[in-house]
Ligand binder design. Sequence first.
Ligand code: UD1
Length: 417
Amino acid sequence: MSKLIIRGGTPIRGKLAVHGAKNAVLPILAASVLCDNGVNVIHNCPNLRDVTITVEILRYLGVRVIRTGNTITIDARKGIHGHIPQYLMQELRSSIIFMGAIAARNHKAKISMPGGCELGPRPIDLHIKALRELGCDIKEKTDYLYVNSRHLKSAALTLPFPSVGATENIMLAACRADGMTVVENVAKEPEIVDLANFLNAMGAKIRGAGTSRIEIEGVKHLHAADYTIMPDRIAAITYLCCAAATGGSIELTHTVPEHLETALSLLAQCGCRIEARDSTVYLQAPKRLSAPSEIVTAPYPGFPTDAQSLFLALLTLADGTSVIRETIFESRFRPAAELAKMGASIALCQNCATVTGVATLQGAPVAATDLRGGAALVIAALAANGTTEIDNVCYIDRGYESLTENLTLLGADIKRI
Ligand code: UD1
C-alpha cells in the first residue's frame, strides 16, 4: 500500500493544466456501449483508477477497448452481454450507470448491487424507480438486479431529488426508448451537460441539459463520435486550495471558470486574488486566509459536496471561525478526525462542522478516509510545519492524475513510497 510523504511549508507556485473530469468520463465510457455501428474515440480521459475499472467492465461486457495515453477507443459493434459481476460493480459506485446503458443496448441485464461506499449508504431507489417508469422490468434479488428492457417506452417523470446518477441513467435509457421523455427536477451539473453533448454527438436528441428540465426524444440507432471530456472542476478546486493554503499562487489552464464560480467566490472571500479569463484561472493567496462565515453544500450550481472536504482543510488555517453544512452525503466529515491529529480545531455536530482557524498545523501520520478527504489531507500537509505521512493513497488515486508529479512541479516536497 503506497503512502505520501509531504514536508510542508513551501508555497505552491506555478502553472498547471487540469486533467479531464472523472465524473464526466465514467458515464461517457458507459454510454459508448450504445453505439452499434462504429468506433467511439474519447479524448482527454484522465489516467485514474476509476477509469481503469470502467475499462475493465467494458472489456468484461465484450467491448474492444484500446487505451493510448489519454485517448480511449471503444468498439462495441459486436454487441455486449448484460452481466456485470460483483467484484467489478463493488469497485466503484458509479458502475450503476451501466444499468441504463445496458438497458438501452441489450434487452437483458444482470448487474450486481453496487454496494455502499466510503461516503456512507448510497441508495439507488431513484435510479430503479425512474427506469421502471421507462418500461424496464427490474427484479431486486439479494445480490443482483435483473433488468428486462424489451419494452422501453418514453415517460413524463419528476425526480424527488436532482440525483446526478439517476439523471444519467434516465438519459441513457430514454435516448433509445420510443417517443419523447420529459424529466423535471433533474441534476444540472456540468457533467450532465457533457454526457448529453456526447450522446447528441452520437445522434441522440436530448434538449435542456444544464437546466432542471430535460427532453429526450428516443432514436433507433446511435453512431460513433469523436469527443473530448470536459476539464475536472474538483481537481481544479483542489489545486487552487493547495496554492491558497500555502500562501502561494497558481495559474490553472484547461478549466471552465464558470463551473468553478461558487468555489472561486469563496476563495475570494478568504482573501485570495482571483482572475479568470477564457479557460485560465489565476489565484494569488494572501499572507493569511480569512474565514468565510458559512458554507453550505448543494446540488449544482450550489457549492459542490465534492469540494467540501477541500475547504474543511483550507479553513483550519484561516483567521476566524466558519460553519460548514453538508446537505448531500452524511459521511463527508470523516477527514475532520485526521485533520485534528495535525492540530486542526473542528467541532462536529450532525451535518455541521465548526472550524476555528489555527495559526499553524503540525505534520503527523494520517490516513485518507475517501477520495476528497484524502485530497484534503494533502492540502493540510502542504501547509503544515514538518512532515505528514498519508496512508490509504489508493483513495486519492481514484480522482487525481499524476498528483505527486504535478505538486512536485509546483514546488512541493512530496514523495510516494
Ligand atoms: C455524483 C458524483 C459524486 C458527487 C455527487 C453529488 C459521479 C461518479 N459521482 O454521485 O462525486 O458527490 O454526484 O454531486 O458522478 N440518492 C438517493 N437515491 C438514489 C440516488 C441518490 O437517495 O437513488 C441520494 C444520495 O444518497 C445522496 C444524494 O441523493 O444523498 C445525491 O446523490 P447523487 O446526486 O445521485 O450522487 P451520485 O450520482 O452517486
